[in-house]
Design a protein around this ligand. Structure first.
Ligand SMILES: Nc1ncnc2c1ncn2[C@@H]1O[C@H](COP(=O)(O)OP(=O)(O)OP(=O)(O)O)[C@@H](O)[C@H]1O
Length: 278
């Protein structure tokens, strides 16, 4: 259930620079604070002056038409654009109060804290066990018993343990697509992130596997912050607590999910969620 209900009045002086309707999440309850974020690929703008806070231990969905900037925003949150020399960025992203681009921030550690799961399951060409052990092996050495416990914990957390406990040393590629996606989530969880970024995590999966991923997302929010990019509005409505609607790189409306889908404040949002704008 949503816990915050104050919304910036588009007509108020505090939001005079923007016509967006944006819920005000208190700073103390926020995991990410995004401030004036603009991003362009060369001369092509992709994000325009976005300001929003993402609440801790909630599921926040980013929705909007194709090309509106959802994935660009998600990737900015763990600096996946760093290797693209074309990308120009302005503005700030704070994670738990720290600017993620500050010189003292180590990108590898940021990506441990902010894990990412992509649209197509991408298990490594190794066993189920070794996939989950992969990130653990890059950290401080663990005794085998400790590592086994962490792997069981991560696979249980990803609701996969019962299906794989008797075949841990089989190839990860022997799993179904839905199981592979849960394995990738287990691999990400094994290094104990604070945030999980999910870019259309179920779009390549069948309906039953999709349901399992959605149940998993709901179960994980008791200990993690989850941010979900989805084209599927029913999915956003089913799993998220908050929804941000983007259009042409701008944040149009950001609200508690129930409110955004039942009583959108802006006509542009209503047009999108009712299918009048694609
Ligand atoms: N690597 C890139 N180089 C150049 N332009 C890019 C790149 N990635 C995205 N873009 C452009 O940036 C804009 C935003 O793209 P983005 O992928 O973030 O949108 P999206 O909302 O996630 O779209 P979709 O729902 O189709 O995945 C688009 O105009 C896209 O063409």
């Amino acid at each position: 259930m949503p816990v915050f209900d104050s919304v910036t009045d588009p007509a108020s002086p505090a939001s005079a620079v923007s016509t967006a309707a944006v819920i005000e999440i208190p700073a103390s309850a926020s995991c990410f604070e995004i401030e004036g974020l603009s991003l362009a690929y060369g001369d092509t703008p992709a994000l325009e002056n976005l300001t929003l806070r993402v609440p801790r231990q909630r599921v926040t969905a980013f929705i909007g038409p194709s090309g509106c900037g959802k994935t660009t925003l998600l990737r900015a949150l763990n600096r996946l654009h760093d290797l693209n020399d074309e990308v120009r960025r302005q503005g700030h992203i704070h994670l738990e109060g720290q600017e993620i681009h500050a010189p003292e921030v180590e990108v590898a550690e940021l990506r441990r804290r902010v894990g990412m799961v992509f649209q197509t399951p991408n298990p490594f060409p190794m066993s189920i066990y070794e996939n989950v052990a992969f990130g653990l092996r890059l950290q401080a050495p663990l005794k085998k018993r400790q590592r086994d416990e962490m792997i069981e914990w991560a696979l249980r957390s990803a609701a996969l343990w019962d299906e794989v406990k008797d075949r841990l040393h089989d190839s990860a590629w022997s799993l179904s697509g839905g199981q592979q996606q849960r394995l990738v989530i287990a691999r990400t969880l094994a290094v104990e992130p604070e945030v999980l970024l999910l870019d259309e995590p179920a779009s390549a999966l069948d309906p039953i596997s999709t349901l399992k991923i959605e149940e998993l997302i709901r179960s994980l929010k008791s200990r993690l912050t989850l941010i979900l990019v989805t084209h599927n509005m029913q999915q956003a409505a089913r799993v998220s607590d908050y929804t941000a609607f983007l259009h042409a790189g701008e944040l149009v409306e950001y609200a508690a999910t129930d409110a955004l889908f039942t009583n959108p404040r802006l006509a542009q949002t209503e047009n999108y969620i009712t299918g009048r704008m694609v």
